[in-house]
Design a protein around this ligand. Structure first.
Ligand SMILES: [Zn+2]
Length: 177
């Protein structure tokens, strides 16, 4: 998971309860005004742990194996690509230097970087839809993006991947784009 910025807000109305939520990429922690610094630190750490746990729960079942990845592709193909993007194989591969994933239309194979194994399922789904769309359109033209945009969280996922790449100090992109 990308590191979250933390913003602590003290509230006079709060007596004991601590609440946290995500605002964009920031973790906002609401604490009672009277809390000590030590208590504040404790609760921020607690809320970060909780956030990490919930992110982990959102990981894709496709992370388990190549077979699970292929099964997920079949579902996404039915839902977003009219059942017309059927890969010959989909595999998890060791992290690639500059790419999150790649597709070879000639032999209809897709490779997905291990770096994506722990991302939320909606992000991995976007990557799979993107690569599946390449089975139908090789380049990144308007026809290609029209297919990818069938996936409603495409834009959000692109932003997430950019953030993840920047946080890791890498310059990663999807295939050749
Ligand atoms: Zn692409």
């Amino acid at each position: 998971m990308a590191e979250s910025r933390v913003e602590v807000r003290r509230s006079k109305r709060r007596k004991r309860t601590v609440t946290a939520y995500l605002d964009g990429d920031a973790l906002v922690v609401l604490i009672p005004a009277r809390m000590s610094r030590a208590e504040e630190e404790h609760w921020v750490a607690e809320m970060q742990r909780k956030l990490l746990r919930s992110e982990t729960k959102r990981r894709s079942p496709a992370r388990e194996s190549d077979a699970a990845l292929l099964a997920r592709c079949a579902q996404l193909n039915e839902k977003y690509l009219d059942g017309k993007a059927v890969p010959a194989s989909v595999r998890w591969v060791r992290p690639m230097r500059t790419r999150w994933a790649s597709c070879t239309p000639v032999d209809q194979t897709i490779r997905v970087s291990e770096r994506l194994r722990d991302t939320p399922s909606w992000v991995l789904d976007y990557v799979l839809v993107h690569e599946l769309a390449h089975l139908r359109v090789a380049g990144h033209n308007a026809e290609f993006w029209a297919l990818v945009e069938n996936y409603p969280k495409a834009e959000r996922a692109i932003g997430y991947l950019e953030g993840l790449s920047a946080a890791a100090g890498l310059d990663l992109s999807l295939d050749d784009d």
